[in-house]
Design a protein around this ligand. Structure first.
Ligand SMILES: CC(C)(COP(=O)(O)OP(=O)(O)OC[C@H]1O[C@@H](n2cnc3c(N)ncnc32)[C@H](O)[C@@H]1OP(=O)(O)O)[C@@H](O)C(=O)NCCC(=O)NCCS
Length: 174
């Protein structure tokens, strides 16, 4: 990949062997709300309804990258249960942030969500970086769940993946 994510980064399907690293990163990033290894097993077992992507340092780059255990730089997943898909998770290792990787992972979720016509997600109202990313991608706030995270609200956001005024797009999905 030679985009803003860096020439040595690849986006690939998440593997069972990623689970220990993902669980470790989750604990670092989400603390008490982290998905455990058994949660990851359940998520990957739910494929193909679920789809997960891992961003990692390309195998050709053997030197370990600071902050990227086993070369994993980030991950994201989507639930594609019907016309509307849901972002299950998206995260980038702290050392790899601010280089376009979060946006690249989100773009991959758009592809994985097809043929859903819209993508929903839930974000803490105080998550400045994530909100800025979603807003810059055209997500709009659909609902506010007051004090969903203790003292902090949750925002449910939606982005159309197909043109809602395009009736031919709707017809193709039937
Ligand atoms: C949210 C997250 C995935 C963004 O990943 P990232 O790789 O740093 O994001 P990118 O480099 O692709 O940046 C994309 C856009 O996000 C916004 N953004 C990223 N970091 C930001 C920050 N610290 N402050 C404000 N906006 C920020 C900007 O709009 C940026 O666009 P720009 O570079 O054109 O200004 C990352 O911060 C993260 O993993 N956070 C912890 C986990 C998390 O909160 N996940 C979301 C749960 S809903």
């Amino acid at each position: 990949m030679t985009t803003a994510t860096g020439s040595h980064t690849v986006l690939r399907e998440t593997r069972w062997s990623d689970i220990p690293t993902l669980a470790e990163l989750e604990t670092e990033l989400f603390g008490a709300h982290a998905w455990s290894a058994p949660s990851w097993w359940a998520e990957l077992a739910a494929r193909p309804r679920r789809a997960y992507v891992t961003a990692s340092v390309a195998a050709s780059v053997t030197a370990s990258v600071a902050g990227a255990p086993d070369g994993v730089l980030g991950y994201a997943g989507v639930d594609r249960g019907g016309a509307v898909a849901d972002v299950m998770t998206i995260a980038v290792a702290p050392a790899a942030r601010g280089t376009g990787l979060g946006r690249a992972l989100l773009h991959r979720l758009y592809e994985l969500a097809a043929p859903a016509s819209a993508l929903l997600l839930e974000v803490r109202a105080d998550n400045v970086a994530a909100r800025a990313l979603y807003e810059s991608e055209g997500f709009e706030v659909l609902t506010v769940r007051r004090r969903y995270y203790g003292d902090v609200d949750a925002l449910v956001m939606r982005r159309h993946l197909t043109d809602p005024t395009d009736s031919s797009a709707e017809q193709e999905q039937r």
